[in-house]
Design a protein around this ligand. Structure first.
Ligand code: ZN
Ligand code: ZN
Length: 287
């Protein structure tokens, strides 16, 4: 797998699409077993959403290329979204300039402190002070955050235990929203999410469950593919992308869900490892 090149438009590549825990094995070969990590090219800028286990391979490839600055945006700091950080090579090298952002940490807390709980003995031998490329920065979900000259990301608090942050990019006529981890059902938050994603070309959405099984997982902080397509209908989203797959799903399960999803919404997609999407003023393409 290769990284995507800088572009005038908005491009993304999935390096991990699974929720909760990595699920390698013969049953996940086609959709992938790595946990969440998305490479986003916003014009000339490299943005990385989450550092789940999928980030390890992205980092390895970044190390093979001319170093470039990057912004790493955490949706939140549950294990499946941060477990790749200790194995993300560029983070340790002064050749890189990586700004690490979180919007769910309370004002009196520190993102680095949260990550240091994972990266400290006896859980992991190397402390966060060894992440020499990283500068840790915070905002409050709901803020618009200037990442680099001309690059602003809009953010939104989501409904998830401990909080999580949604992100929206608008660039060169294309638009992308990332809504994970998130549970539908809070009327006020649902309305804010619908407004936030209005008219986007691509909406990556937490579709961990199906409506049929959701009743067993109320309060766990995740949503369903049916809610994703209903939201896409309501908000005029061209391509809802089902993401954060339940670790129990096999490739065949996801094929079956893909059939149902597509019959319900012609633009809907199921995220799989290695999938690339391009959003431009003209169209969305799947590579
Ligand atoms: Zn998760
Ligand atoms: Zn979570």
């Amino acid at each position: 797998m290769t990284m995507i090149e800088p572009t005038d438009g908005l491009r993304l590549k999935f390096w991990g699409v699974r929720g909760s825990i990595p699920t390698p094995g013969h049953h996940t070969l086609r959709y992938g077993g790595e946990t969440t990590c998305i490479e986003v090219r916003v014009g000339p800028y490299l943005v990385i959403i989450d550092c789940g286990s999928g980030a390890r391979r992205l980092g390895w490839l970044m190390n093979q290329r001319v170093p470039e600055p990057a912004d790493l945006l955490f949706t939140h700091t549950h294990l499946d979204h941060i477990c790749g950080l200790p194995f993300f090579c560029p983070a340790y090298s002064l050749d890189f300039d990586i700004r690490v952002w979180g919007g769910h940490v309370p004002r009196d807390g520190s993102l680095e402190e949260v990550l240091a709980r994972l990266m400290s003995p006896p859980l992991f031998p190397v402390p966060t002070s060894a992440l020499r490329a990283c500068q840790f920065r915070q905002f409050l979900a709901g803020d618009s955050v200037g990442l680099r000259p001309g690059l602003v990301v809009r953010t939104l608090p989501l409904n998830h235990p401990g909080g999580a942050t949604g992100y929206r990019f608008d660039w060169g006529g294309g638009s992308l929203a990332i809504i994970t981890d998130h549970e539908h059902g809070d009327a006020k938050i649902d309305a804010a999410v619908a407004k936030f994603v209005e008219g986007v070309d691509i909406m990556v959405y937490d579709a961990t469950y199906t409506d049929e099984e959701y009743h067993r997982f109320v309060g766990w902080g995740h949503s369903t593919w049916q809610k994703a397509v209903a939201l896409a209908d309501k908000a005029g989203v061209a391509h809802p992308v089902m993401f954060h797959h339940d670790p129990a799903r096999t490739d065949e399960d996801l094929d079956r869900i893909a059939d149902r999803v597509r019959s319900r919404h012609p633009g809907a997609l199921i995220a799989r490892e290695g999938m690339e999407l391009v959003a431009s003023a003209m169209e969305v393409t799947v590579a």
